[in-house]
Design a protein around this ligand. Structure first.
Ligand code: FE2
Length: 215
């Protein structure tokens, strides 16, 4: 009597992290038949997350953290300068800026740490404290912000070259923020230039500028 043969059923491995045994299985598991998608499986079976940051990018981020913390230090010095000049609106504004720069550094620190990068708190140089006039101090803020924008743009280029997508997304916020930082510092220079020789108007500007301090 003819007996229909039951086809053998292929067993499917339940452990998806197990080493694939055939080339075809490997091809479906990887992009190019080589390394596993998203990272490497280590000899001890640990998996490297796709979002882990490269050493190169971690070094670049540590330099940016240093820049943001240096900016905070510089804004503290500017706040003290305006305090000495009895321009307390600008003193308050610069103090707020110092806090904001610390929060920028913290954003980078959080991102680097979340991606298993090593946070290195690099040395911060003493900030400039000797200003000839409020105008000189205002021009210094503008220079600080321009330098910071340039560093952020270089970091973005670096992130693009490294195909570091998470950092690119983070940097979009900073790129927009720098547009705002350059705008107010440019405005401050321009107004102080106009009022520098008119103490009463400079005091009015100082009073009005206090309201610009972010809360
Ligand atoms: Fe900043």
């Amino acid at each position: 009597m003819y007996r229909k043969e039951t086809p053998k059923q292929e067993s499917i491995p339940l452990d998806l992290c197990a080493e694939p045994s055939s080339k075809s299985a490997l091809d479906t598991w990887t992009n190019d038949g080589g390394s596993p998608v998203g990272g490497q499986i280590g000899g001890h079976g640990s998996i490297q997350r796709s979002g882990e940051i490269s050493k190169n990018m971690a070094d670049a981020m540590n330099r940016q953290i240093q820049q943001e913390q240096s900016n905070a230090h510089a804004y503290h010095a500017l706040s003290l300068y305006f305090r000495e000049q009895n321009l307390h609106g600008l003193e308050r504004f610069m103090s707020r800026q110092a806090e904001e720069e610390c929060s920028h550094a913290d954003k980078f620190i959080g991102h680097l740490s979340d991606r298993k990068g090593r946070v290195e708190l690099l040395a911060i140089h003493a900030p400039r404290t000797d200003f000839n006039s409020p105008l000189d101090a205002a021009k210094h803020t503008m220079q600080l912000e321009i330098s910071t924008s340039q560093m952020i743009h270089r970091l973005y280029d670096h992130a693009c070259n490294d195909r570091d997508y998470p950092l690119q997304v983070l940097l979009h916020w900073f790129i927009t923020e720098q547009v705002e930082e350059e705008r107010w510092s440019d405005e401050l220079v321009s107004l102080i230039e106009r009022f520098n020789d008119h103490p009463a108007q400079l005091l009015t500007l100082d009073h009005l500028w206090a309201g610009r301090a972010k809360t």
